[in-house]
Every structure is written in C-alpha cells, then in structure tokens.
Ligand binder design. Structure first.
Ligand SMILES: [Zn+2]
Ligand SMILES: [Zn+2]
Length: 235
C-alpha cells in the first residue's frame, strides 16, 4: 500500500491511496491538471467536506468523467455537484467502492456535513483518514495506516495571539475547527495500535505548527514511524 500526497494544507488537499492495481483519490482541493494519476485504476474520489481546500476542483474531476464522487449529502449540496456523478454517504453507514470497503463517520468542523473515512483496502489494510475536525469522538480498531490532521499547537497559537500575530476571530475559529497537537496525542493514546504500522500527519498550519516537534511528540506516544505530509508534493 502506498499513499501519495498532492497537497496537504489550507492551500489545497489531495491524496491517492494505492493498493495493488487499485487506487482511491481523497479530496479535490488540488487541480486534476496538476496531478499525474492513472485514472483507469481509480475506483472513486472521496471528499470530506465542501471547503475550497478540499472540494474546489470536484467539478473538474467530474469533467474528467473518470469516477464517481463519494461525499455526504450536505457536502454534495454545498458544492452543487451533479447528482449523476455523486454517491451520497451517511455517517456510520459503510459502503463499497470496487474492492474498497469504507466507513464514513461524522467529525466536528464548521462545514455542512463533514465526515472522516475508515477505509479497508483490497489487501486488507485499514486506513484512517481524518482531517478538519477539532475532536474525534470515535475509536477505531485495527487501523494499519493513520492519516490524521495535526493542524496547530496551543503553545504556538497562544504565543502568536499574545504577540498579536493572529486575528482573534481566526484564533477562535481554529479552536473549534481544527485538530490540535495535544488532542491528536490523546486520540492516538486511545487508539488500538495492535496493527498500526505508519502515521502520516496531514494539514499542518504553516504559521501555527512545528513539523519536527509534532512528529517527535506523536512518535513518542505511539512508537510508530510518523511522516509529515508535504504541503506541496514534489513529483
Ligand atoms: Zn482544510
Ligand atoms: Zn475545512
């Protein structure tokens, strides 16, 4: 199994999970013009919510005509997606995409109906994809690969707030919309790590995060190798 990152930040998100000859696209925040994908192998495109950094290019992917988009009803409506190309999904109702088996779950974010995905791959790996949420209320068993947002740290944010480098409204929004380091740590402490092989921290804020420090902290808590998703992938 391989994860390819096309972009992972508030400037645009796009990921490809490959397993054998099958792949799934995650998020439509990077233009299809900027990525190289063998669409014959792509079984579907999963989107978590409508914000531009996740859904801006959904229509462009549809124009490529290659695959169906999977997202919640609220997201489909907010993005005004054409019905014939969209399969709407519901929190806690699992579904198949080719040989993939996917469980969507609700997350806590300032969007219409945001979700995360627990994805069983064709070779029976279990990928947890969770981004843009300030809290995860579920626990998951048997995750092998975790792609989890680690957007900012309270320390860094408070320092910038005191130095008046961050707008108070933006500060308040962050607390109720994105995953903070200590909360990510707590989440991983509670996660069943019996099959966990790899963690990738995604969607780091450029101003309020510290990639190396975040990596060390999460590695210490989990004992599993931690990667940081490149903001912009070099390909
Ligand atoms: Zn985002
Ligand atoms: Zn968002």
């Amino acid at each position: 199994m391989e994860t390819i990152v096309f972009g992972s930040s508030s400037a645009g998100n796009g990921y490809l999970i490959k397993d054998g000859g099958h792949s799934l696209l995650l998020e439509a925040g990077i233009s299809p013009k900027k990525i190289t994908v063998d669409y014959k192998q792509v079984d579907g495109l999963l989107i978590t919510h409508e914000h531009a950094d996740h859904g801006k290019f959904a229509h462009d992917f549809i124009k490529r005509g290659a695959m169906d988009i999977y997202c919640s009803k609220g997201t489909a409506k907010a993005l005004d997606l054409p019905k014939h190309r969209v399969q709407t999904v519901k929190s806690k109702v699992p579904f198949h995409v080719g040989k993939w088996f996917v469980l969507p779950f609700d997350v806590q974010h300032d969007a219409k109906e945001p979700v995360g995905y627990l994805i069983q791959t064709p070779s029976d790996k279990k990928v947890l994809f969770v981004t843009d949420t300030y809290y995860v209320k579920y626990q998951f068993k048997g995750v092998t690969h975790a792609l989890v947002e680690c957007n900012y740290s309270f320390d860094r944010l408070n320092e910038r707030f005191i130095n008046q480098e961050i707008d108070p409204n933006r500060y308040r929004r962050l607390l109720k919309s994105h995953f903070e380091l200590e909360n990510v740590e707590e989440f991983f402490k509670g996660l069943d790590k019996s099959r966990l092989e790899q963690i990738m921290l995604i969607h780091l804020s450029d101003a309020n995060s510290d990639a190396n420090y975040f990596k060390q902290r999460i590695q210490a808590v989990t004992g599993v190798p931690v990667d940081i998703a490149p903001v912009k992938a070099v390909r």
